[in-house]
Design a binder for this molecule. Structure first.
Ligand code: DAH
Length: 344
């Protein structure tokens, strides 16, 4: 057999090997054995010297063509095997997008905070600003300057938490009125939401609870302005049909003073346990700022008038969500809290 036939036979042999090679190592082996420096084609080419120039040219060209062809075949097969390997790998680690994902528990606002925000938004929309004051307060701001004299029953040890240094935990948000009027000259229109503290604990009283204070001072402010603002507020919280009544009352820091009731949201006014048979629910205290309070903060009561109001946020939240025991709001019991998911 001549060299030509040897080469052709070799080509067929290698073609088959490449075809059946099932991994990249095998292909490398083939390249080394047949196409490498010490490979079989090289050893055939070494024998070219013994041939005539014509034959040498012919066989040489044939050998190179076969070599190029086989190298290309190996490259193609290598690519193919790599692609297959990748496909296998992707199939093995396939991500199933239809599987349900991990359940992430979402939080939500506490009903007291939802109510606080809702009430605040109503007043903010009417032009009131939000003011703040400290929870550890001076007796002077919490009582004296609000025209609550030292012998007033509200100052009783039974109600107020006293601290060792003589300060107290504020018993209402009304001291923010004083702090605001000391800092800003009228006109002022603020609400002051926040925590307050009283020594009291039963189904409707908690030693810590939240209030919102309101204060508006300007020239020519009248009781009619107070009624209008509170009407808008109560309608926005309890609905347009809410019945409202002003009842004369007494607070040391307002004159005249009133308490505001709404028609019972539970029985609609017929009388039930929640409204204690009266058909009315007490919602807030209010009145015209007492001239004594203006004097304490150096505002001339001849020039300015104003109104103030204060309400308990838990009470509103309890009425809104029909909660019968205030203590439920502060136990942190998730079975209770989770019922308010989705409420604002
Ligand atoms: N501070 C009062 C309380 O805690 C609530 C209150 C009543 C505030 C009348 C006011 C007001 O500003 O005018 O019971």
């Amino acid at each position: 057999m001549g060299l030509k036939e040897d080469l052709k036979a070799l080509e067929e042999e290698v073609k088959k090997l490449i075809e059946t090679a099932s991994d990249i190592e095998k292909l490398n082996e083939i390249r080394i054995n047949y196409l490498g420096k010490k490979g079989k084609i090289k050893s055939i080419l070494k024998m070219l010297g013994k041939l005539s120039p014509e034959e040498r040219k012919e066989i040489g060209q044939l050998a190179n063509r076969i070599k190029d062809y086989l190298e290309e075949s190996i490259r193609e097969k290598t690519e193919l095997l790599k692609k297959k390997a990748l496909e296998e790998e992707l199939k093995k680690n396939k991500i199933d997008l239809s599987l349900p994902s991990h359940w992430i528990e979402s939080g939500s606002s506490h009903p007291v905070i939802s109510t606080l925000i809702e009430i605040s938004q109503t007043f903010i929309s009417m032009g009131f600003s939000v003011a703040e004051g400290p929870e550890v307060e001076k007796e002077k701001y919490n009582f004296d300057m609000l025209n609550i004299p030292p012998d007033h029953p509200a100052r009783d040890m039974q109600d107020t938490f006293f601290l060792n240094n003589g300060d107290i935990l504020r018993t209402h948000t009304s001291p923010v009125q004083i702090r605001t009027m000391l800092r800003y000259k009228p006109p002022v229109a603020i609400i002051a939401p926040g925590r307050v503290y009283r020594k009291d604990a039963d189904p409707t009283h908690s030693p810590m609870f939240h209030q919102i204070e309101g204060l508006l001072v300007d020239r020519d402010v009248t009781f009619r302005d107070l009624k209008g603002i509170l009407k808008i507020f109560l309608e926005s919280i309890f609905g347009q049909d809410v019945k409202i009544r002003f009842r004369p009352s007494y607070f040391p820091f307002t004159e005249p003073s009133a308490e505001v009731d709404i028609g019972c949201t539970v029985c609609g006014g017929k009388g039930c346990r929640v409204c204690k048979g009266t058909g009315w629910l007490e919602i807030l205290g209010c009145g015209m700022v007492d001239p004594e309070v203006f004097k304490a903060v150096d505002i001339d009561p001849e020039e300015y008038t104003g109104f103030a109001f204060g309400l308990g946020i838990e009470r509103i939240a309890m009425l809104k969500y029909r909660i019968t025991d205030i203590r439920l709001l502060f136990t942190g019991d998730m079975r209770f809290n989770q019922q308010f998911k989705g409420i604002r």
